[in-house]
Design a protein around this ligand. Sequence first.
Ligand code: NDP
Length: 251
Amino acid sequence: MRYQDKVVLVTGASSGIGRQTALAFAKQGAKVAVVARRAELGQETVALIKAAGGEGLFIQADVCQANQVQHVVDTVLKQFGRLDCAFNNAGVAEPISNTVDLSEEDFDRVINTNLKAVWLCMKYQIPAMLKTGGGAIVNMSSVWGILGTAMGVPAYVASKHGVIGLTKATALEFGKQGIRVNCISPAWVPTEANAPVLDNPDLHGMILAQHPIGRLGDTQDVAQAVMWLCSEEAAWYTAQNLVLDGGYSVQ
Ligand code: NDP
């Protein structure tokens, strides 16, 4: 299998895109570290991995806390002996609010989770990967990392733009040491996070109409792209932002 004997770490793997991607890697033979705060749901992801014949380990952590991120990477090295790939996917959005009404607390929470935590994850993942000659990292951005929107998520837009810049800088720093770093920018993929918006039939219809390919994304679309980014087939691909959006952003 494509990821046989590889060790993969996925943050935000208790639900949505992260869970699907963790499962997809495991089905391809990877040993997968499942990271999130909600223990019951994280364990559920591991149970799904095991039911599919794979190997997974849940490590409970808040990715905004440096000591917890360090503990995650230490645990991966202790349990699996190496770290080959990481998908830094954990993310949140603020309650819909314009720039003036947005609270400082929500701004900090979104930037800390979506941007600072991606840096913290790479800070500990890269030294671990270097021990075995390198690795591949994929950071989660969004189409709103390349576009603005007046939908009322200014901190989210800022955080996702930041992820693309951070990805470029880190990729350039560590390219010669065998570390590839890319990010991915999906358009709308129905998950728990955007259910309140997509459950509204009018909003769903409006958003669907913005996807020229005629459908919203699926968590499996993202999982497959992340697995390609981490694979040997993508060996010359680094410092890039893969826009995965059914044509959303080119209109
Ligand atoms: P979900 O809400 O299903 O997943 C978010 C995940 O992030 C959860 O597993 C959650 O786990 C985890 N998480 C959040 N905060 C923390 C934290 N502090 N520490 C550890 N884990 C955390 O949403 P999606 O699957 O939709 O989102 C996944 C990523 O994809 C996000 O970064 C999102 O911005 C991005 N994205 C999503 C799109 C979409 O349309 N769905 C489009 C573009 C990008 P827990 O609560 O258990 O900690």
